[in-house]
Design a protein around this ligand. Structure first.
Ligand code: 8YV
Length: 313
């Protein structure tokens, strides 16, 4: 049997690349110097696209592959895939939910603790000799017992809330409808931010959620507030966020995602009140191996005529 032709949009670790190369004919879009020429050349043979959450598959890519049947995303977020183009052509889409939920929640909580307690600066204080030269590190802010808002109580938001319950936090959340949980339901983002010291953004991104964290939400969180984003940059009005951080209208922010990443707005780099992370909430060996397996299992199931394991379309 001839191997199905797959367009590979981004790199994968060797433990995924080897089995992918063995089972499929992988076309490395990520390594092609002239992307448009490469698409024009291989597009007609392509029956599947293997991509990553942050890279997705745009309309031009989908259009260049007239025999495309399925797009398999390495990531839970599929907002970068042009779903309208997929729907119009009956192209299936899969993602990798569940396997990364715990790691994403863990990193969110780690970012909260690192920022409130000044862990990064305190470490530098030890290394550069400040401790011995100047004495103890400046006092920081307590995390335990604070009022926390979870904007989007999906799988990841739920795991964040579960962890924060262990910090005796007063938890409130937003969702499309109230959930069967004991935490307070506050669907309006401004009202949620206004009653929160710390606001976690854990919302699946879509056109409808773009800039859901706008200037009003940021203002409601306030000069003592902490904003944590482990979802997608598009959920926050980044311009409003930068201005609020620069002027002190917002206390601080811990961010794992950025517009135009990995080349983030340099204004972030000049800010003392931010914790910046390189979009690695799912970045552990255990989780990335599980994500890679799920990506491959979906492709294998599709070409074996079996039901997709984790279809979103
Ligand atoms: C990335 C993510 O996909 O799951 C998501 O939606 O954004 C991440 O897990 C990961 O960096 C792999 O590309």
């Amino acid at each position: 049997m001839t191997k199905p032709h797959i367009l590979q949009v981004g790199p994968y670790p060797a433990w995924d690349q080897e089995p992918l190369d063995a089972a499929f004919h992988m076309h490395r879009y990520d390594q092609a110097p002239d992307k448009a020429a490469f698409l024009a050349e291989v597009g007609p043979q392509v029956r599947a696209i293997a991509t990553r959450g942050e890279l997705g598959a745009n309309a031009a890519m989908i259009e260049a592959c007239p025999a495309l049947q399925v797009i398999s995303v390495y990531g839970v977020g599929y907002d970068a895939v042009d779903l309208a183009a997929c729907r119009a052509r009956g192209i299936r889409v899969t993602n990798t939910p569940d396997v990364l939920t715990e790691d994403c929640a863990d990193l969110g909580v780690a970012m909260m603790l690192a920022l409130t307690r000044g862990v990064i600066g305190a470490e530098a204080w030890v290394r550069d000799g400040s401790w011995a030269a100047k004495g103890g590190y400046p006092l920081q802010r307590k995390a335990t017992g604070k009022r926390v808002g979870i904007l989007g109580l999906g799988r990841i938001g739920h795991q964040v809330a579960r962890r924060l319950a262990g910090f005796d936090m007063a938890i409130a959340y937003s969702a499309r409808a109230p959930k069967d949980v004991s935490w307070e339901y506050i669907p309006d983002p401004v009202a949620l931010a206004a009653r929160s010291d710390i606001l976690f953004v854990t919302l699946a991104a879509s056109a409808a959620t773009r800039h859901i964290v706008n200037a009003d939400v940021i203002r409601a969180l306030g000069p003592q507030g902490l904003l944590i984003n482990i979802s997608r940059a598009g959920n926050i009005d980044e311009e409003a966020l930068l201005t609020a951080l620069e002027t002190g209208a917002l206390g601080s922010a811990a961010l794992d995602v950025f517009e135009g990443e990995p080349r983030l707005n340099p204004r972030f780099l000049a800010l003392p009140n931010v914790l910046l992370q390189p979009h690695h909430a799912s970045g552990t060996y255990e989780t990335r191996q599980a994500m890679g397996k799920l990506l491959r299992d979906n492709l294998t199931a599709h070409f074996a005529g079996q039901p997709l394991l984790t279809a979103v379309l």
